[in-house]
Design a binder for this molecule. Structure first.
Ligand SMILES: NC(=O)c1ccc[n+]([C@@H]2O[C@H](COP(=O)([O-])OP(=O)(O)OC[C@H]3O[C@@H](n4cnc5c(N)ncnc54)[C@H](OP(=O)(O)O)[C@@H]3O)[C@@H](O)[C@H]2O)c1
Length: 223
């Protein structure tokens, strides 16, 4: 059975621990601020911690040749550095601000809507999300990625973005287009954190034995 190191043992780390056996993975290390177990000997690592810890965790895994799945959000300014680390060590990484299969499909639908409306100047756009009150970053990494994808699809006008933090909500993302004639609303609602954990575990199975720097969309849609 391949061995899995869980790096960051908070809400996501603990859920991944519960679900790992369903994916044929044996948890060999659980790492957190006050739990310093060695990841050496693991076949793959899954990381859900804090933005300031991500690059150091990638460095440790890459130096040991352990492929790593990064679920932590709000570290995108270090992506280029992370890629260099992975390539220099001939290691492997999969990252995504959102490991839900549904959100990755939703992102493609949003890109296509943005592409189709890019030249329809009467349509303005908004982007909105809500998450539980303990989420540290706002806007969410997923919302930032949705806005980036809309721009990459050719939608060059303003996209008015906003966030709410309240209660225990696992995450809703909404993209809308509004014109004098009508409104289009595209919305994804997560029911629990389980979809994120299952996606990260799917990515962990996929990255074992590979080399390179990937996004979860590569795992789902083949690049
Ligand atoms: N990509 C996705 O699909 C997805 C889904 C859900 C969440 N997330 C993201 O994943 C991250 C974690 O979310 P969560 O809900 O699990 O948060 P959480 O419950 O706060 O867990 C984060 C854990 O990481 C620990 N940690 C801090 N520094 C560390 C280090 N240097 N090494 C290892 N662990 C460290 C924290 O310890 P302390 O509490 O002692 O600081 C905490 O136990 C966030 O960035 C969140 O936005 C992503």
């Amino acid at each position: 059975m391949p061995k899995l190191a869980i790096v960051g043992y908070g809400k996501m780390g603990r859920l991944i621990d519960q679900l790992a056996p369903e994916y044929g993975l044996e948890v060999s290390a659980r790492v957190d601020v006050d739990r310093n177990e060695s990841i050496d000997g693991a076949d793959v690592a899954i990381e859900f911690s804090v933005p300031s810890a991500v690059l150091g965790n990638i460095q440790k895994a890459a130096a040991l040749g352990i492929p790593i799945v990064i679920g932590t959000t709000a570290w995108s300014e270090h992506l280029a550095e992370a890629r260099v680390l992975i390539e220099a060590n001939k290691s492997a990484l999969v990252w995504s601000p959102n490991f839900s299969v549904g959100v990755n499909v939703f992102t493609r639908l949003v890109s296509e809507a943005a592409r189709l409306l890019a030249n329809e100047k009467e349509y303005g756009a908004w982007a909105w999300e809500i998450h539980h009150s303990t989420k540290k970053d706002a806007p969410s990494g997923t919302l930032l990625q949705l806005v980036d994808r809309m721009k990459a699809a050719g939608y060059a006008r303003n996209i008015d973005a906003s966030s709410n933090r309240a209660g225990a909500h696992p995450g809703t993302h909404e993209i809308g287009f509004d014109s004098p004639a009508d409104t289009i609303t595209l919305r994804h609602t997560a029911r629990s954190r389980e979809g994120f954990a299952r996606g990260a575990l799917k990515a962990a199975q996929w990255i074992i034995g590979r080399e390179g720097f990937y996004e979860f969309s590569d795992v789902l849609f083949g690049g």
